[in-house]
Design a protein around this ligand. Structure first.
Ligand code: NAP
Length: 325
């Protein structure tokens, strides 16, 4: 099969197109013919091997995972033993640890679900990791309810586009923080208010919020908490940071410790994709309350350019790879 492969850590030029053997599904796995994949910052970090602390799990000198991509949508080609609820021919979407920038990928049924009927494969691939992260942050950790005032910092990137819509679906009043070029998109997705971060700093305004979901982490935790209403919380999930050794790990640990003592500081969260999340997201999509936004689509052979675009940190929605037409 055709795949994008990396043998070493480094910049986009470590990603090369190669023909390699198709994976074989083990017991409990499905083999999926990938129609589209999507990228996020995790792919950039694994390509670079940074922050270095991540290499403790990802491979010290070279990556254990050779193919980029976690998100995918495609058609089940075969299933291993002990797989139920998924069969060859099913159109599915989900998350894999195997690398979705390839013609075939293996995945476990607990991380895949039927593709939402109204979405194309490209649109469906744009949902799993970012959609599940937004769902976890807004619904499960943030416990957003009708009438809550929610601010989303970094509101029009991969996670933000879903966070705006999920918060609106739960009845919140949503303030989106984004650059001037994305204000219109934020409003189209349902934001009631938009703050242009190039002109205004939400931590210095008068408004207070019941939940702040921070995808950018460009303020100190203490400053960000100033904008939280009594009884509300600030949660950050950002992994972007200049530090090459620890990246955002230090900030996340700091937030975790502070959250034990400071009421407005929520714990950082990590959101592995679960089948139930995909089903819940599908419910919102089929109900017309949630839609993916694709910024750019690249062919498989241009995956390196796509990751370079993600690295810029200014995508309007998701960056998608078309694997097979
Ligand atoms: N916890 C988890 O399980 C999990 C899973 C996935 C992602 N994440 C994390 O979530 C974060 C966001 O990911 P993403 O995929 O949404 O990133 P992204 O697609 O790169 O989007 C980042 C957004 O931030 C905005 N932005 C840039 N500078 C800003 C500033 N100074 N103030 C406010 N907004 C600013 C950009 O808007 P403009 O283009 O308008 O500048 C862009 O839309 C990442 O750090 C990622 O590591 C966590």
């Amino acid at each position: 099969m055709k795949a994008i492969v990396q043998d070493t850590y480094g910049g986009p030029d470590v990603l090369v197109a190669r023909t390699i053997a198709e994976p074989t599904p083990k017991d409990g796995e499905a083999l999926v013919a990938v129609r589209a994949a999507a990228l996020h910052i995790g792919d950039l970090m694994l390509m670079q091997g940074e922050p270095f602390v991540m290499r403790l799990g990802a491979g010290l000198r070279r990556p254990r995972k050779h193919i980029p991509g976690f998100d995918f949508a495609g058609v089940v080609a075969s299933v291993g033993a002990d797989v139920s609820g998924v069969q060859p021919g099913d159109e599915v979407f989900g998350e894999t640890n195997g690398g979705s920038c390839a013609e075939y990928v293996v995945a476990t049924p607990d991380k895949i679900a039927p593709k939402p009927a109204r979405l194309t494969f490209e649109e469906a691939a744009a949902v799993p990791v970012s959609g599940a992260t937004a769902l976890k942050g807004i619904r499960d950790v943030g416990k957003v309810e009708g009438g809550h005032r929610v601010l989303i910092n970094g509101a029009t990137g991969g996670v933000g586009i879903y966070a705006i819509q999920i918060a609106k679906a739960l009845g919140a009043e949503v303030t989106a923080v984004c650059g001037p070029g994305n204000a219109q998109l934020a409003r189209e997705l349902g934001a009631d208010h938009v703050i242009d971060y190039t002109r205004d700093d939400y931590t210095r305004g008068e408004a207070r919020y019941d939940l702040i979901l921070d995808n950018v982490a460009n303020h100190s935790l203490a400053d960000a908490r100033k904008a939280v209403a009594a009884g509300g919380s600030y949660i950050t999930n950002s992994a972007r940071s200049e530090g090459r050794w620890f990246g955002a790990v230090g900030r996340m640990m700091h937030a975790g410790v502070v959250s034990l003592f400071v009421p407005k500081q929520g714990r950082p969260f990590y959101s592995p994709v679960r089948r139930q999340d995909l089903l819940d997201l599908t419910g919102l999509i089929e109900g017309g309350e949630l839609r993916p936004v694709i910024d750019r689509t690249y062919p498989l052979a241009e995956t390196a350019a796509a990751i370079d675009y993600v690295a810029g940190g200014h995508a309007s929605g998701k960056t998608v790879i078309t694997v097979a037409g």
